[in-house]
Design a protein around this ligand. Structure first.
Ligand code: 5GP
Ligand code: MG
Length: 222
């Protein structure tokens, strides 16, 4: 048998200043151990609170290493990323400034719509290193538009972090520098993610039951 020889490590280039991609765990199995009281809302659990905590700690470690000691700005997208960013920043040493930008793309349904800004930044990002934080990367439209805006405001360097990524749904070519988990094309709620503004408070992420969507549609027709 031929001995296995490890390929030589690629020579560092100037481009290697981009964060080194770390393995992204894929969550493609549902746990049916659903907390009582939520069984009529979700058909399975994608990520438990403990799993979220562990992964957020890993993301924070790699973000902190990359950003270092120069003060940076964390820009969280409202409303979906609030629970995620609250836990993420508590794992970061900084120095950092936390600001929010309001952007809405979903309206009341589960399909991505026109993007509208609902709240502007409070802090001046010109010349600053920025980390954009969002809940989920789906078609990619939201993140790509927000990054474009931050650059147009003069941000020096813009990096992005999303808790979830649904690569199969991508419409525009947009990735993220830090990704919590990859998931299949499921519509998920909890841990900040909503359906018609509901279920954001759930401490876990679960797949929304189609019956909930059907009931909401009936409610609208009435
Ligand atoms: P994109 O612009 O990438 O299509 O969508 C990004 C936004 O759509 C997210 O910030 C999130 O608000 C919403 N979104 C995408 N997929 C899901 C999902 O599975 N569940 C929920 N609740 N929101 C989603
Ligand atoms: Mg959102």
């Amino acid at each position: 048998m031929k001995p296995k020889i490890a390929a030589p490590a690629p020579a560092p280039t100037r481009r290697s200043r981009r964060p080194v991609p770390i393995d992204v765990p894929v969550l493609d199995r549902l746990s049916l151990r659903i907390p009582s009281g939520q069984k009529t809302i979700v058909s399975g659990v994608v990520a438990t609170p403990a799993r979220l905590r562990r992964r957020i700690r890993e993301l924070a470690r790699s973000i902190q290493d990359d950003f270092g000691n120069r003060e940076w700005v964390v820009v969280a997208l409202l409303n979906g990323s609030v629970l995620f960013v609250a836990d993420l920043v508590r794992e970061l040493h900084g120095p950092l400034i936390l600001d929010f930008i309001g952007v809405s793309s979903y309206g009341d349904g589960t399909e991505s719509g026109k993007l509208v800004y609902t709240k502007d930044l409070k802090f001046e990002v010109a010349g600053r290193d920025v980390l954009v934080v969002d809940d989920i990367l789906d078609t990619g439209r939201t993140l790509s538009e927000v990054i474009r805006r931050l650059k147009s405001l003069g941000a020096r360097r813009v990096r992005s972090c999303v808790l979830l990524d649904k690569p199969s749904r991508r419409v525009v070519k947009q990735g993220a520098d830090y990704i919590g988990f990859q998931i299949p094309d499921w519509f998920v709620v909890g841990y900040g993610l909503d359906y018609a503004e509901r279920y954001r408070h759930l401490p876990f992420i679960g797949v929304l039951r189609p019956e909930v969507i059907a009931a909401a549609a009936r409610e609208r027709v009435r």
